[in-house]
Design a protein around this ligand. Structure first.
Ligand SMILES: [Zn+2]
Length: 134
């Protein structure tokens, strides 16, 4: 019988556990971003509720994967997009509205950030907003 089930994640790319090392450049930024989207809410959740939360965000990440939300993004951009999605998803009553607002700011260059690819960034947020609004 396992007393302390291990649910941390090992990343061979940077030999880190739980989250990528700050200087890690995952070979597949889109996949790493989807992992982040699941991990961040789990880190903010009480232990007895983590499995339910993980399942919900994994399902959500699966849809984002199908929609190609983060495909082709750099890790820098994808990482920030994923963090924004997790933050907005956890904190806003209408996360799709907020993400659509942010997507428009990025698209118009009014968010004050220097993205590697502002078009991809705006698109990613818009795709997530679309999925959330379904
Ligand atoms: Zn890594």
């Amino acid at each position: 019988m396992i007393k302390y089930p291990v649910d941390s994640t090992h990343y061979p790319c940077c030999n880190a556990i739980g989250r990528h090392a700050p200087d890690c450049q995952p070979a597949d930024p889109a996949a790493a971003a989807l992992e982040l989207i699941v991990q961040v809410p789990c880190m903010l959740t009480a232990p007895d509720d983590v499995s339910r939360v993980r399942k919900a965000w994994q399902d959500f990440a699966g849809v984002l994967d199908l929609e190609g939300a983060f495909s082709g993004m750099t890790w820098h951009d994808a990482k920030h997009a994923a963090t924004a999605v997790a933050f907005v998803g956890a904190n806003y009553d209408e996360p799709d509205v907020e993400l659509r607002r942010r997507a428009a700011l990025v698209r118009d260059g009014r968010d004050g950030m220097a993205w590697d690819d502002p078009v991809a960034m705006s698109q990613a947020l818009a795709i997530v907003a679309k999925v959330l609004g379904l």
